[in-house]
Design a protein around this ligand. Structure first.
Ligand code: M6R
Length: 326
């Protein structure tokens, strides 16, 4: 849908990705793909912070705005601010013709179909995939990454892998049924697994009203591990092979303090079974697309916890689908 020249991309020295809530979490995964595939420094910011902190922007900055609805007030205001400072703006939205797409210089659509429930699910998975596709497109134009064709082939396999995962939900349901009466839960991960953990934690809070926090697994010992006690539910995400051993050692740390752990990892990483109480396997894919698969067990977990508690999973209290006010 977009045509961005090599000259323009070569000139860019910084990318901002700006969004709110779930869309911001998708931006964090996008940052990783852009930095790795294109080598352009990328900063992710929350729209309601970005717009009031006088960000350093000029005509060498590309600002990307992610918004499922395309109507989020803070995200639109953050886009207008960057435009006024001379940056090019690119919107990632799910709603054709939405306000943000009318303001942006470029728009790409997630085409996920209407998302009705307040808690974002398919919008997130499609935002994550689209952000990686955008990074692949930039990398192709810049000639900065050699493995693009393999990544393209992997995209086509994703739908079948998602379907296979939706057929294997018993273990997730069982873990959810054991913990839904708890008051606090923790989500752990490293790298983009940490970003997925953040989204899993938000989903749980949003629809089950259970307090939860996501932590970069290596940061636990700097304070949070003191909160782990006998039976504390912990969801650990470990799909990034380069970080697997490190994350497993963090799972051992929380297990030693009594945590009750569900781990999400790639097929074949069976050594994690020695540590975690439940292990959910996601089908093998590359590191960039593993995020869009790893979130599915986390979304299902929140769903089963919320159902267990008798909550309305589609319309959680105090929340609106589209936040059109500040
Ligand atoms: O429509 P948007 O993507 O701009 O919405 C941003 C957030 O309000 C939204 O992602 C919110 O965090 C979701 N309800 C989370 O499930």
């Amino acid at each position: 849908d977009i045509d961005i020249s090599k000259e323009y991309l070569k000139k860019i020295n910084k990318i901002y990705i700006v969004a709110c809530g779930t869309a911001m979490h998708a931006g964090l995964v996008g940052k990783n793909a852009i930095e790795k595939l294109c080598k352009i420094p990328t900063v992710v910011d929350i729209a309601s912070e970005f717009r009031y902190r006088d960000p350093i922007i000029d005509d060498k900055t590309l600002c990307i705005y992610i918004s499922q609805s395309g109507e989020t007030a803070d995200t639109i205001a953050a886009l207008k601010l960057a435009k006024a400072k001379g940056a090019k703006t690119l919107a990632v939205s799910n709603v054709i013709g939405s306000s943000i797409t009318r303001e942006a210089d470029y728009t790409i659509y997630t085409h996920a179909g209407p998302e009705i429930a307040v808690a974002s699910t398919k919008a997130y998975t499609s935002q994550v995939v689209l952000m990686v596709i955008l990074a692949m497109y930039f990398a192709e134009v810049l000639g900065s990454y050699g493995g693009i064709e393999k990544l393209k082939a992997d995209i086509l396999d994703l739908p079948a892998k998602v379907e296979a995962m939706l057929d294997e939900t018993d273990a997730i349901k069982e873990f959810a049924n054991k913990v839904y009466t708890e008051h606090d839960m923790y989500f752990l991960g490293r790298g983009t697994d940490y970003n997925v953990a953040m989204e899993g934690s938000l989903k749980l809070k949003e629809i089950s009203y259970i307090h939860s926090e996501a932590y970069a697994a290596g940061e636990l010992k700097h304070g949070t591990i003191s909160l782990i006690e006998d039976g504390t539910p912990v969801v650990a995400v470990a799909t990034q092979d380069a970080l697997l051993k490190k994350t497993i050692s963090n799972i051992v740390e929380v297990k030693t303090r009594g945590a009750f752990v569900m781990a999400v990892t790639n097929e074949g990483n069976t050594e994690i079974e020695k540590t975690a109480d439940y292990v959910i396997y996601i089908p093998q894919t590359n590191a960039y697309f593993a995020n869009s698969l790893a979130i599915i067990p986390l979304q299902l977990f929140s769903y089963y916890v919320a159902v267990g508690k008798g909550c309305d999973v589609d319309k959680p209290r105090n929340l609106a689908k589209s936040v059109t006010v500040e």
